[in-house]
Write a protein that binds this ligand. Sequence first.
Ligand code: PLP
Length: 403
Amino acid sequence: MCPEVLMQGRSGLTLFSVIVPIELDFLSRSPRQISVFEVGMTQKRPQGYIAPLALRGRISHAQPKGLPIINMGFNELPFGPSPEVAAAIDEATRNANFYGNPSCQALREELGARNRLNAETIVCGNGSEELLDVIARNFVRAGDEIVIPEFGYIQFAIIANRLGALLTKVPETDLTVDVDGLLAAIGPNTKLLFLANPNNPTATMLPERDLVRLAEEMPRDVVLVIDLAYGEFVSFDYCARVHSLAARFENIVVTRTFSKAYGLAGLRVGWCHAPAWMIPSLYAARGMGSVNAVAQAAALASLREPDLVQARIGQILAERERVADELAALGLKCLSSHTNFMLVTTEDGDPDRAEALVEHLFDDAGIIVNRTREKGLESYIRFSLSRPEHNSLLIQSVARFQA
Ligand SMILES: Cc1ncc(COP(=O)(O)O)c(C=O)c1O
């Protein structure tokens, strides 16, 4: 899941975004709890271990024209569940008095059959986000080291923070991962290396031959997690070849998700393919019933419509090309994307102008995009490819901004 959650609404509601743990804490406070919280500031209280994440403000005012909000900030698929998936959700909802299968057996069997994998080497989770955390929890303790690329997916850093692990970020070249740098960064305390390929937020991708070299040259006592959240936007064949790495090496885990190409982000289903020896510990590190019955039913139904999934991916890729061409014609620089989202910057690469564009898109068209604030990416904005009509609204609004 994207680390930032946006409270959104039409005019009259305040929009803000904060890092999830803080927001959940904030939202769960009743007025009485708030006063206790405030009084508690001066009293003795327990000391937590996890460093709080910075609270990041975003758009803090209502949509001035009263326009409907179009959220293009979360890398979601813009298409809702198909009738078959919706029917499966309906059916499962009516049986919600029963627990879901704790090991997601039917879903794993279908995943195994469709991906030519042994279902016993698959673990499902509450989004791939949970599995990234579960894998790290199993292999990393406070003081151990996690290595990631400089612009790696932000959850990797959040996980390191949760575990009290040391995080080493390896510099990238042209916003693309440097395999030699990653290999050189691995030291005696390194327990795990996270790599999303393609990556979020850059949308760039390490060429497959370099990924294979990384897999081959990794020390066998360090876990390599290859996050394929956007793998389907490259191709299903690419995903299959990456899975074959996990079948070949005892230290490689591949994570996948139903949140992106399958359009089930709100239901929270992910899965990982790991060497057989790791599976019992991954279950031990995971919550008992973390994938609910409705989510399992929806994911299973979505796997039975591969043509629809492929057609939707095709629509996104076609839009990606159109939007990139049109934005380039308007003077924006678009990084070549291997995902369902794009990273773009203004021609002068001025962070203030990027910020102004974020505000403009919201005020002018009700469109929310994501401002990447990571060091080195301050001048970029990131947005998901949406339905053609929403993409066109974005292009028209950019044209007004650039005029
Ligand atoms: C690279 C990457 N990995 C993993 C995830 C987590 O996805 P989910 O928890 O919805 O499966 C995301 C979500 O944005 C992502 O961008």
